[in-house]
Ligand binder design. Sequence first.
Ligand SMILES: [Zn+2]
Length: 324
Amino acid sequence: MTSYRALTFAPLSRVALVGGTHGNEMSGIFLTRHWLKSPFELQRSTLTVTPVLANQPAVERCVRYIDRDLNRCFTSEILQLDSKDGLPLEVCRAKELDRLLGPRGSEEGMHLIIDLHNTNANTGNTLIINNSTNHFCTHMASYIQRTLEGYECQVLALELKDSNLYDLSSVARHDLGVEVGPQAHGVVRAENMERMRKIVQTALDFVEMFNQGVEFPECDLDIYRHVRNMDYPRDADGEICAVIHPERQDRDWLPLHPGDPIFLTLEGQTIRFDGDRTVHPTFINESAYYEKKTAFSVTERVRVRLPPIHRLREGATLGEGASQ
Ligand SMILES: [Zn+2]
């Protein structure tokens, strides 16, 4: 077995906890509102945790967004737009949040953003990281997975290059998206809120332990790597002409083999998966993704070896093999 050299990361003293990035995903909205009034459970000795309600106008109307999806507005291109241009509400808010929590790539921004979401898809608890090469994030996900045994948390890596980042959590040095499902949008269910709350607590415990000098040893982590999004079948007018097949509905993360049913047409015809290898679909039939032309996301399951990590010692500088 290859042994990896330890990676070092600077301690994390500033963490933002964000709810309401989508204004109808209620677990994070309820928790964030609670923490804004009563932040005691977020307190840790080595870090400051700031709760943020990301899209107040959308939360007030209980809609995902007003003008456009806020969680797709954090591209370099959008963040560089000139504010004088009469921009859509979420574009203005993205620029504001980038100033407040970043700016992205700067030294003074948040060290970690935890962004809270719900889905109506049967995903269970999902920890989303922008890239599986960030081993602070992979270790945090691994720790949450191990600590919340009996909870089952899947880890989804979007595998975005720096030039392709688009979501709110990418403003910070490290990122964690927490996606809890299934939950209808606009509805809050106690058990989902509790699951999300425990994941957040465990993530903050991890950061605290890391800051205090705990070393996290080499280990394996099973992740689902995002490959592509699969659209619904469409007719000549571009209208959706088949729905998720009943044998695939609610079967998020479970293997989809070539030839397995995926869609059912209105005429009753089964459409089968024509891929050449087994994949693992997720966000199956998420309502907010109809407009994004996504019936489900295709992922592949891979086992990643995580190198050991520990905090940068006081007085040391980030040298070879080190990472921010
Ligand atoms: Zn969301």
